[in-house]
Design a protein around this ligand. Structure first.
Ligand code: 5GP
Length: 220
């Protein structure tokens, strides 16, 4: 069985990073897709863990080589999801979680049609602004840019499969975990149904066994 993509978006300051970190430590068989970015590294960030930090030139050449499953310009910097990484995990049956913006999510929707899209919103605009200021990682100008596009981003939430309000990180993380686990359950059930359908077809084609045999295996 192949893995699934869980795409998380939400305005800057909505608390996605904290939530995703918690989800990753609580759910097995789930990997984080580390994006490439041209923005500069913030204090506390680890190269290769939070992002692969690259120059604009390097990013442009990766676009040309088709290295990204999607990429977008966000708040004046480039961000991209490395294609090889997510394809490798999906092929080996591992689920992948991505933290990407609304443009990137839109692009992925056309490529991975069974991906699950989750949008994280802060409880209010005021709380979002407070969180952005509290984390003290952006300049004032950068905070204004980020706040400026919040309404546009939130308007895109209607295209997502789930909207999670982040009033408390632990609760929001648990809600996302519930989405992932129930999706896995559903996928498992789907493949069981497909197996049953195939078994029923084979048995009927051979026309050897009657209804008693079918009932024995739970088939009608
Ligand atoms: P930040 O600079 O605060 O880490 O991220 C800014 C925005 O870029 C966030 O909304 C984040 O979800 C988004 N982002 C991070 N990585 C990617 C990516 O690979 N592709 C796209 N399209 N957006 C990304």
């Amino acid at each position: 069985m192949s893995g699934k993509l869980f795409v998380i978006s939400g305005p800057s300051g909505s608390g996605k990073t904290t939530i995703v970190t918690r989800v990753l430590s609580n759910v097995e068989n789930l990997r984080f897709s580390t994006s490439y970015t041209t923005r500069s590294m913030r204090a506390g960030e680890v190269r290769g863990e939070h992002y692969e930090f690259v120059s604009r030139e390097k990013f442009q050449s990766m676009i040309k080589q088709g290295s990204f499953a999607e990429w977008a310009e966000v708040h004046g910097n480039f961000y991209g999801t490395p294609r090889a990484y997510i394809e490798k995990w999906i092929e080996t049956g591992i689920d992948v979680i991505l933290d990407i913006d609304v443009q990137g999510a839109r692009r992925l929707r056309g490529v991975f049609d069974d991906a699950v899209f989750i949008f994280v919103v802060p409880p209010s605009l005021e709380i979002l602004e407070q969180r952005l200021r509290d984390r003290k990682s952006e300049e004032e100008g950068d905070i204004s840019i980020r706040l400026g596009i919040v309404k546009e981003e939130v308007a895109c939430s209607k295209c997502y499969d789930y909207i999670i309000i982040n009033d408390e990180a632990d609760i929001a993380a648990r809600r996302i975990e519930a989405v992932i686990l129930s999706q896995r359950q559903r996928d498992g059930e789907d493949s069981r149904q497909r197996m049953l359908a195939a078994a029923t077809r084979d048995v009927r084609t051979e026309n050897v066994y009657g209804p008693v045999f079918l009932r024995k295996f739970g088939l009608k």
